[in-house]
Design a binder for this molecule. Structure first.
Ligand code: PRX
Length: 646
């Protein structure tokens, strides 16, 4: 038996059994209908599992009605599990660690729903949430789900400009935020960005949680404290059922153009797949496990695997407001030890960072409670996988490498920990009920293990995005046109190995993956070009050993700025200015690692920038084929500049 086959002991107790594959293969819709009734409580049963007649616009569990918040909270209380801890809130920044039971969660969500309703939020209204990892963020999300008001979370590291664009696009009626957030022990402003973002938008109210106590500017007509509106509100709220296809949330993600797209997820199908995948992939046993997904709630992983999946399953989990190095580099392992975490779901970039810090740090803690490890967000290199298994997992803990996207809503490809013989570095195969293939340029399934193609989802799945907010054409063009109207193009390169495992090779479009965060080259280019000294910009993602990819920018200055920079030799200052400008436009996570000022960019005769060549420069490789360049001397100019700037 291979080292990577599941042990009998694990397999015997596993939630996900091999029989699920057979059941799904025999009857796709029947399989999902059964999962829908197994994992979710319906106020009204559905009559049709899938309506794909208007492809690619899907309807799942048609005719069904449910309330997501009821499913994530109330039904656990009704089942006698009100005393179970839903969330251990752990903060690196002060002593306010807090355990919140499902019964308390029910009261907090009811209060938040009543509070939002008192501010005029009704079913169908969009609610923007710009808040960090604190319990109130979860209360607000579930309150929105309860009312049927789709939320749009905006990661609290995004700038005011990015927030404004998202408020505008969604026509959000209200913004929920906090006064500030703790970052490495320091209170940093958060509401300030909302103040800068909301003026002139559809958002007429701002609901503010007091988290840090720092001073905030106040607009009496617009701003209200959570403590004045939510805290005193009634702690009961009736959860009315919503249609299975009622919008649950919007989440903006980067695409190939400068404008982020609002990915739309709806109620029934999303919840079913989140709950099912969390159970079978993470092997969640809610009565005994302590589960911890380290993602930020502002990204899809936090939506699906902190809030909706685990809470629908009645999990006990850790919510951590902090970073892996604060207050010290062993904080993750200290939390695992203290709370007896049994399932840990994190990102390759974090694992590579822990590797860099050295295994003696985790060795200082008792990690024996861990029994399932997960990875998400980018390919995990086999070396990091092995380190994770050895030094965190004690050498025998199954690792589930889960491939999915904001658009897919839930896990798509992953081993099942009690069934699959693991292959380090590969997310292996679609989970039962999901259909994925690697196709070549012409849409034929690859047969040669050395060939490289594209990952394509060949059947609709319950948690699939239902569209791009207010842009049906972009939805069709981006995902459903490359290979045909009912084949979903994921945008990832992929290949099979000899055993038939799928290996994800990274994005094939102009989307970068930096520390598991999706960034579009076009979005950062347009941020750079919006600076008055910049004439043109090109951005590429260069391989980075820790963050996966790093943002490298090449910039042509406007003539007057170039002259001034030359005479004053102020290149260094200008680069800082440009990096800060990107932080203001998008957020600090979008800051290029380096910016090179160049006099030309490599372009084809039709004017298209050849990023491939810039990538060669950024990765210190010999520059590839330049014959299609309009001016082949450009590359030597850029390389010379690179050498002289060190
Ligand atoms: O390129 C793939 C990569 O992340 C992209 C999706 O990014 P996002 O929508 O931000 O969602 C991230 C969290 C689900 C994918 O197109 N990706 C995600 N997980 C993996 C991965 N690449 C390889 N292996 C993974 N496990």
């Amino acid at each position: 038996m291979s080292d990577y086959a599941p042990s009998t002991k694990f397999a015997d107790q596993a939630v996900g059994k091999a029989a699920l594959y057979d059941e799904a293969a025999a009857d796709h819709e029947g399989f999902w209908a059964a999962r829908a009734r197994e994992y979710v409580t319906w106020s009204k049963d559905f009559d049709t599992t899938l309506d794909w007649s208007d492809a690619p616009f899907a309807k799942w569990f048609v005719g069904g009605e449910l309330n997501v918040a009821y499913n994530c909270v109330d039904r656990h209380v009704e089942a006698g599990n009100g005393d179970r801890v839903a969330i251990h809130f752990v903060s690196a920044n002060d002593d306010d660690d807090r355990a919140i039971t499902y019964a308390e969660m029910q009261r907090e969500v009811a209060k938040a729903a009543n509070g939002l309703a008192s501010l005029g939020v009704e079913k169908g209204d969009r609610v923007a949430i710009y808040m960090q990892m604190i319990p109130e963020t979860i209360f607000t999300m579930l309150a929105c789900a309860r009312i049927g008001a789709p939320h749009s979370l905006v990661f609290a590291g995004f700038s005011a400009d990015a927030l404004r664009a998202r408020i505008d696009d969604a026509d959000a009626k209200i913004v929920v935020t906090s006064d500030g957030q703790f970052r490495k022990g320091k209170a940093m402003p958060l509401k300030k960005a909302v103040d800068d973002a909301v003026a002139g938008t559809s958002a007429k109210k701002v609901l503010v949680v007091k988290r840090t106590g720092i001073d905030v500017a106040w607009n009496d007509d617009r701003d209200v404290w959570w403590d004045d509106v939510v805290t005193p509100a009634s702690d009961t709220h009736e959860a009315v059922a919503h249609d299975s296809e009622h919008p649950l949330f919007l989440l903006y993600t980067s695409g190939t153009t400068g404008k982020p797209k609002g990915i739309l997820h709806t109620t029934g199908g999303y919840l079913v797949q989140c709950a099912y995948s969390n159970a079978v992939v993470h092997d969640l046993h809610p009565e005994t496990d302590v589960y911890w997904c380290t993602a930020d709630i502002g990204w899809v992983t936090g939506h699906s695997y902190i809030v909706y999946g685990p809470m629908a399953n009645g999990a006990t989990q850790i919510v951590f407001e902090g970073t892996p190095d604060s207050p010290h580099k062993g904080v993750f392992w200290e939390i695992v030890q203290k709370y007896g975490v049994s399932i840990l779901y994190t990102a390759p970039t974090a694992i590579r960072t822990f590797m860099k810090w050295g295994h003696d740090i985790p060795e200082g803690y008792d990690l024996s409670s861990l029994r399932v490890l997960g990875s998400v967000g980018e390919p995990i290199n086999p070396e990091a996988w092995r380190w994770y298994r050895e030094h965190i997992g004690g050498g025998d803990t199954p690792i589930v490498d889960t491939w999915w996207q904001t658009e897919t809503g839930a896990i798509m490809n992953s081993p099942l920990p009690g069934v699959t013989e693991l292959e380090p570095g590969s997310s292996q195969a679609p989970i039962p009920g999901i259909h994925a293939e690697v196709l070549d340029d012409d849409g034929n399934k690859l047969t040669d293990p050395d060939a490289v193609g594209y990952l394509v989802l060949t059947k609709p799945w319950p948690a699939m995005l239902r569209g791009v907010w207010r842009d049906p054409q972009r939805y069709k063009d981006t995902y459903w046109s490359r290979f045909g109207p009912d084949l979903y193009f994921a945008g990832d390169g992929a290949k099979y190995d000899e055993k038939g495992n799928i290996w994800i090779l990274g994005r094939v479009d102009d989307v970068m993956n930096v520390s598991g965060h999706r960034m579009s080259t076009a979005e950062i280019e347009s941020a750079l070009v919006s600076h008055d000294k910049v004439a043109e910009a090109a951005v590429v993602g260069a391989t980075d050993p820790t963050t996966g990819q790093a943002i490298e920018a090449f910039v042509i200055l406007r003539q007057d700025a170039a002259d001034a920079a030359d005479s004053a030799d102020e290149g260094g200052e200008l680069v800082t200015e440009l990096r800060n400008h990107v932080a203001t436009q998008i957020g600090p996570i979008a800051k290029p690692r380096s910016i090179m000022i160049v006099s030309e960019l490599p372009k084809t005769r039709s004017g298209k920038i050849m990023r491939r060549l810039l990538k060669d420069v950024a990765e210190n490789r010999e520059v590839g084929d330049v014959t299609t360049l309009a001016d082949s001397s450009v590359m030597s100019l850029i390389q010379d500049g690179m050498k002289s700037s060190g």
